[in-house]
Design a protein around this ligand. Structure first.
Ligand code: 13P
Ligand code: SF4
Length: 330
């Protein structure tokens, strides 16, 4: 099939790909022809990270999406990230290799229920973690990411009452760090809730001196054991600057690719999950493949659309986040 592909029921443009094609070369060619930029999150598969123009955490990716002069943004990440890019650059075409690449955390906060929750606290400011739908952002006062959540809360007056959603683990971590009493929505990420404290303890015994690096979406029991807590970029930078040689990494396993590339002499162990599953791989992030990335760039779909009335409201809390982050030097 050589005509424009339709998005199939599985959520991506499907057509036969000539197996003799070098997809890396083809993607580079298409990028130049179409003036496209590829933004990828650290949880993407290694091939996608290697071909991306920019790899980063959620804050870095939003900053790139806001300033790119490309005509097309191919967002190798999940739906809420591509939506954020579209909200920040509404005139650009934003593509997501697999339209079904969602997020369990965003799904744990349906906008109509959050709206009812919010109504119970009329004098509270609403801070939402970027891992949520565009509709939720449109109901918020400020958006945050894992790298600026503490700084954003601290930038507000001490007496300001705050609702924080949808991630209860990040919310509890921010409350503890800032000493603020936040009203939390009860949401969580399926990947960051599965790490086993017992297995990490055993690993630490086997590797004396190994450092535990954890994402703040992890549960309190894991964060209590951590030597460093931060966003994916924070974790990567900490490991690179550290003189330590061995690290257990409690976040989605995709980050290990870049950590190992930047630090070939150091050892990185993915934090073990409860049970024997591969559940520290995010099934949503891993829906994107190099093949789907190629087809999406070639065919110009699947494309992300956000209704204009949502864009107009959701852009304000995202811009507020970017302004505060810039002031904080993030
Ligand atoms: P950061 O890359 O901002 O740390 O976020 C992690 C995450 O869960 C993205 O889905
Ligand atoms: Fe969502 Fe968790 Fe996957 Fe991040 S790792 S995209 S928060 S499900």
């Amino acid at each position: 099939m050589d005509t424009l592909a339709e998005i199939n029921t599985k959520g991506f443009a499907e057509e036969f790909i000539d197996p003799t094609l070098d997809l890396f070369e083809e993607i580079e060619k298409l990028k130049k022809e179409k003036n496209a930029v590829i933004l990828a999150h650290y949880y993407q598969e290694p091939d996608i990270q290697d071909i991306a123009d920019y790899i980063g955490d959620s804050l870095g990716l939003s900053q790139q999406a806001a300033k790119t002069d490309a005509d097309i943004i191919v967002f190798a990440g999940v739906h809420f990230m591509a939506e954020t890019a579209k909200i920040l650059s509404p005139a650009k075409k934003v593509l997501l290799p697999d339209i079904k690449a969602g997020c369990s955390l965003a799904d744990s906060c349906p906008p109509h229920l959050f709206n009812k929750f919010k109504e119970k606290y009329p004098d509270h400011l609403v801070i939402t973690y970027v891992n949520c739908t565009a509709e939720l952002k449109a109901m918020s006062d400020i958006v945050c990411t894992s790298s600026n959540a503490v700084g954003i809360v601290e930038s507000l007056p001490k007496e300001q009452k705050i609702i924080f959603g949808p991630d209860k683990n990040l919310g509890a971590y921010v409350a503890k760090k800032t000493g603020r009493d936040l009203v939390l929505w009860n949401g969580a990420c399926m990947v960051h809730e599965i790490f086993s404290r017992e297995k990490i303890t055993k690993m630490k015994e086997r590797h004396p001196g190994v450092k535990l690096l954890a994402h703040p979406e992890c549960e309190e029991a894991i964060l209590q054991m951590a030597d460093y807590i931060g966003s994916t970029t924070g974790i990567l930078n900490f490991a690179t600057k550290s003189t330590d040689q061995e690290f257990i990494v409690a976040t989605e396993a995709g980050i290990l690719h870049q950590m190992q590339k930047d630090n070939p002499q150091k050892k990185f162990f993915p934090a073990p999950p409860e049970g024997n599953c591969a559940c520290n791989d995010c099934p949503h992030m891993k829906r994107n493949t190099l093949e789907k990335l190629y087809l999406c760039l070639k065919n110009g779909l699947p494309e992300i659309f956000v209704p204009q009335h949502i864009i107009e409201k959701a852009v304000l809390p995202i811009e507020r986040m970017l302004e505060i982050s810039a002031k904080l030097g993030l």
